[in-house]
Design a protein around this ligand. Structure first.
Ligand code: TXA
Ligand code: MG
Length: 316
């Protein structure tokens, strides 16, 4: 059920229910961060293992100090630069933050989303919200209220329009004096390094399976998905009858088995491409193609974040 009624949603959240929450990255499945039953409801609704922790969303920077024991200097600088925005910080949690939120970890993930409706809601609530992306476990993340409705028709989803960033937040931590990146997202490496200098990439393949919750298979459509620098070659050898292709900036190959195609950004703009990627994947999934082939994006900025999601979507 899609709604614009903020009071209705506040009522649901206050009664321990989960709701669909618009943010600038993707829609979240939100609940009261201090209500154990509501948290358990998120895991069961999403069919997500409880070993995969949740991000706490706050409406004001000052709320951070009520959740964590310490904010090291570089993280403080990044918060100043990017909040509200798609930056999630991992920090040592205070005792009252439930271990079910962090899956037992001593660190909690926190972010302040940059979406007017989410911020308005968070400011009105007497508690912060936990919110994983509002997709069933391992499926494509939602970037519109209609996508959330597709997965969870029984909950209220707050209408907030199409997500402007379109890819999840970037997740960082600090150890000694170094910033570690656990997930590349809507803020690219260059932007982070312009504030704090060189960062350590913890998302490389050997780390993927051991970082908490960073499972290799993720973000997948129902049909197989392949990602390639040369989609034309794959197209020429794929026996599938109905293939959907996602091109970065223009169509570079066509064939009788291509039943639909998407172009992410005719201007080769990576931000526009990120905004369109999950939308395009949802549309092709809805057309029940047998195979989705995606052109690999350039390996810089948001291209790195999108390639990460595509590699996970294609891991069998
Ligand atoms: O943009 C986003 O971050 C969106 C919107 C809704 O805010 N949320 C999101 O949540 O992407 P989710 O749950 O789909 O992905 C969060 C990731 C998971 O991979 C999880 O393992 C990691 O963050 N994470 C959360 N808490 C953590 C913790 N305490 N320690 C390590 N990783 C954590
Ligand atoms: Mg997710």
């Amino acid at each position: 059920m899609i709604t614009k009624d903020l009071n209705l949603v506040i009522n649901e959240l206050s009664n321990g229910k989960v709701i669909g929450l618009p943010t600038e990255t993707v829609y979240g499945l939100a609940a009261n961060a201090f209500d154990l039953q509501a948290i358990q409801r998120i895991y069961s609704t999403k069919k997500r293992p409880s070993t995969n922790p949740l991000i706490v969303h706050i409406g004001k920077k000052e709320q951070l100090s009520s959740l964590v024991t310490d904010v090291p200097f570089k993280i403080e600088q990044l918060i100043e630069a990017f909040w509200p925005g798609p930056l999630t910080v991992l920090l040592p949690k205070k005792d009252h933050v439930l271990s079910e939120v962090t899956s037992g970890s001593p660190k909690v993930a926190v972010r302040m989303p940059n979406h007017p409706i989410a911020l308005h809601l968070l400011e009105k609530l007497p508690f912060p919200l936990v919110a994983p992306s509002a997709n069933l476990y391992n499926r494509i993340s939602p970037t519109s209220a209609a996508h959330v409705e597709k997965y969870f028709p029984e909950i209220y989803t707050l209408e907030g329009g199409a997500c402007l960033a379109g890819v999840e937040s970037t997740i960082i931590a600090q150890e000694s004096n170094e910033i570690l990146v656990y997930r590349w997202g809507a803020i690219g490496r260059e932007d982070i390094e312009s504030v704090v200098g060189k960062v350590v990439d913890k998302t490389t393949s050997s780390q993927k399976s051991i970082a908490p919750g960073m499972s290799l298979k993720h973000y997948s459509p129902l049909c197989p998905l392949l990602v390639s620098k040369e989609p034309g070659f794959l197209l020429s050898i794929s026996p599938e009858k109905r293939i959907g292709v996602i091109w970065f900036n223009r169509v570079k190959w066509d064939g009788p088995n291509v039943t639909s195609f998407e172009i992410l950004s005719a201007q080769s703009d990576l931000q526009e491409a990120a905004r369109n990627l999950y939308q395009a994947m949802h549309r092709l999934e809805e057309q029940s193609v047998d195979l989705i082939i995606v052109e690999r994006l350039p390996e810089y900025g948001l291209g790195i974040s999108m390639n990460d999601r595509l590699d996970r979507a294609s891991t069998k």
